[in-house]
Design a protein around this ligand. Structure first.
Ligand code: SF4
Ligand code: SF4
Length: 382
């Protein structure tokens, strides 16, 4: 996945390519808090203080500012703030203003449902480079069903319009579960009306810390529903869900590939087949309690401790673990779906199985059905 069409006349591509070659940090994501204004039933991060206590404490503003100086010295340019809802982090305004002043390219990853007047004023004075806003439906009724907030949609829409009024670039991501999938056409139209691009996420993993902290497994789309919805435009979502019922039957023929008997090559050396991604070469994610991995999805896996040992040392340690974490599981190397298997990265495997080396059955079934469904659609077209 390291192949990319580089356009070296563009400064951002030049910087990124050089950072990859040198294995130097260029982007960071900070998950400031597990607190959130919404109570999404499928959430992977939100917790009560009691649930979070065994995993550590929130870092203070001064600690984050010290970390900011360290990543600045290390060469990080792109900094994304997320949560929970990052704007609810205590001291968010002071932290944000200082980070802005240091010149980071700030991205706010947010549900846009909790801004106070002070937060809006902050964004007006110091506009983020981008606001990545997650949508949970296309009406207040759906927001009530997914997030528990009966006015959620109105609040989010108002804040999206506010961002537009102050010239902030926005991207939308619609997180799709069973309770909101029928709103997909509304999201498609909304994106056109607002003239803002959107993506959808149908791949939902369980809560990072404890599956009992959310309802993710019960409310996510089935592998068949995901495959069908992913193959259709928003307006065809009803047809997609109808097709999913018959596609589901195909799971009777699904078998996991065998675990390889030997994993060494003939010369006795360990075969490694790297499951690389560009982000892992130049990015780091620091969670609310100070743990660091190469991406947020690795949240439940072994971490580095940059607040204790310093960012540079933590970066080096992370780099040294890369070859182990990013190898494909033996079972995937034996799998005919490997080249088409989406979302099969170590972070997603950790989300599904707590191990970077264990494939997640949900992903495997989805990949199997997606391939079948695509060929069905293609045959219908012929
Ligand atoms: S808005 Fe995001 S962080 Fe908040 S509860 Fe929903 S999924 Fe979790
Ligand atoms: S995760 Fe993908 S490549 Fe690995 S076994 Fe499952 S379907 Fe095959």
């Amino acid at each position: 996945m390291l192949q990319k069409e580089w356009d070296l006349t563009k400064i951002e591509d030049r910087i990124q390519k050089r950072a990859i070659e040198r294995r130097r940090p260029l982007s960071c994501i900070w998950e400031l808090t597990y607190h959130c204004n919404f109570h999404c039933r499928m959430c992977y991060v939100r917790m009560t203080d009691e649930q979070a206590a065994p995993f550590g404490r929130l870092r203070t503003v001064d600690e984050w500012l010290d970390m900011a100086r360290q990543i600045y010295d290390a060469g990080v340019l792109y900094l994304t703030l997320t949560g929970g809802e990052c704007t609810l982090y205590p001291g968010f305004e002071r932290l944000y203003e200082q980070l802005y002043g240091m010149g980071f390219r700030l991205c706010i990853m947010s549900n846009a449902g909790a801004y106070k007047d002070g937060t809006r004023e902050l964004f007006r004075k110091f506009p983020p480079h981008r606001a990545a806003i997650t949508l949970y439906g296309g009406s207040n009724q759906t927001y009530a069903a997914v997030t528990g907030d009966p006015y959620g949609f109105d609040k989010v829409l108002e804040n999206i319009r506010y961002f537009q009024s102050i010239g902030v670039r926005i991207t939308l991501n619609f997180t799709v579960i069973r309770q909101n999938v029928l709103d997909y056409p509304i999201i498609g139209r909304l994106s056109q009306q607002l003239n803002v691009p959107y993506t959808i996420t149908t791949d939902i993993a369980e809560h990072q810390r404890d599956p009992s902290f959310s309802d993710a497994a019960a409310c996510r789309l089935t592998p068949a529903q995901r495959a069908c919805v992913d193959c259709h435009s928003p307006e065809d979502v009803v047809k997609a869900l109808e097709d999913a019922e018959s596609l589901e039957m195909e799971l009777q023929n699904f078998r996991m590939p065998p675990v390889p008997f030997r994993e060494s090559s003939s010369d006795g050396t360990q075969k490694t087949m790297l499951n690389d991604c560009i982000g892992s070469y130049t990015g780091g994610a620091i969670l609310w309690n100070g743990d660091m991995q190469c991406c947020i999805s690795m949240g439940a896996y072994h971490h580095q401790k940059p607040f204790e040992i310093g960012f540079e040392k933590a970066w080096e340690q992370m780099k040294n673990e890369h070859g182990f974490i990013f190898q494909y599981p033996g079972i995937c190397r034996n799998c005919q779906l490997l080249s088409e298997c989406e979302h099969n990265c170590p972070g997603r495997r950790v989300e599904g199985t707590k191990s970077p080396l264990e494939p997640d059955l949900y992903i495997c079934q989805y990949s199997y059905l997606l391939k079948l469904y695509k060929s069905r659609i293609n045959n219908q077209k012929i």
